[in-house]
Design a protein around this ligand. Structure first.
Ligand code: TYD
Length: 234
């Protein structure tokens, strides 16, 4: 596929969304074609799954961990089929706010064994992986403060689901993310997220630029996309 897939990961309040906004701005300033999406909820049907996953049910019932895991993968299967792969085929830069590493980190921290996660990954994704994953790493005590004030400002409901769980859960999620980064250093770029957003954005760009150039995109301060296509297999 001629496009490039870049995913953004990290615990809540780690500044992913701010950085996604800055990265989009930079990419579009260079006149490059891009698509921006998120998980869960990157498709029309996936938005329904997102509500099922993140909004509290009127009955007060909660999904068991296994059902939740399968719903995240159902959302991902639809997203890959309908949005991500077509955009990559069309030669776009695809930016996704959360992807499969979130499942490994969050559901992993909830006790789903690694072997089970890898069976589902194989089933849904085969060898498909992002070209680059930006992992925004920060201390949960700081990020949760941020996420909570953001959610209450939104008058937010269940998107605070994990925010209300113990700090220790988020510490486990952080450790799971860092574990993946150690396992796949060539794909995952860890960025210290608790610095000034502009400094973080520079670090983001230093990781993104070589990847998109290696895929044949030429960065010109132009309004038109200038690119050289290269044959590449996943
Ligand atoms: P979202 O509002 O997108 O959170 P954020 O702004 O922090 O990215 O909520 C997504 C929530 O779903 C978040 O708590 C992480 C969780 N999640 C999983 O548990 N597993 C997954 O596979 C994904 C994609 C998200």
């Amino acid at each position: 596929m001629p496009g490039v897939l870049i995913t953004l990961e990290g615990i809540e309040g780690s500044g992913k969304s701010t950085q996604l906004g800055l990265l989009k701005e930079r990419i579009s300033k260079h006149g490059l074609p891009y698509v921006c999406s998120k998980e869960p909820g990157g498709t029309i049907l996936g938005k329904e799954l997102r509500s099922l996953l993140l909004e509290p049910h009127s009955s007060g019932k909660k999904w068991c961990t296994m059902a939740e895991l399968l719903l995240f993968f159902a959302d991902r299967a639809q997203h890959l089929e309908e949005v991500v792969k077509p955009a990559l085929h069309a030669g776009q830069i695809v930016l996704i706010d959360r992807f499969e590493d979130s499942t490994r980190a969050y559901q992993g921290a909830q006790g789903i064994p690694e072997e089970m996660l890898s069976i589902l990954r194989q089933l849904v994704m085969k060898d498909f992986r992002p070209n680059l994953t930006l992992l925004f790493d920060a201390d949960p005590i700081k990020t949760l403060e941020r996420a909570n004030s953001r959610n209450s400002a939104k008058n937010g409901f269940a998107e605070t689901r994990f925010d209300n769980e113990a700090i220790s859960f988020h510490q486990s999620v952080r450790q799971e993310f860092l574990k993946i980064a150690v396992q796949e250093p060539e794909r995952i770029f860890v960025i210290k997220a608790d610095e000034h957003p502009e400094e973080v954005a520079e670090r983001v760009w230093s990781a993104v630029k070589p990847k998109i150039m290696a895929a044949g995109f030429l960065l010109e301060p132009s309004s038109k996309p200038v690119r050289v296509l290269k044959q590449r297999s996943w």
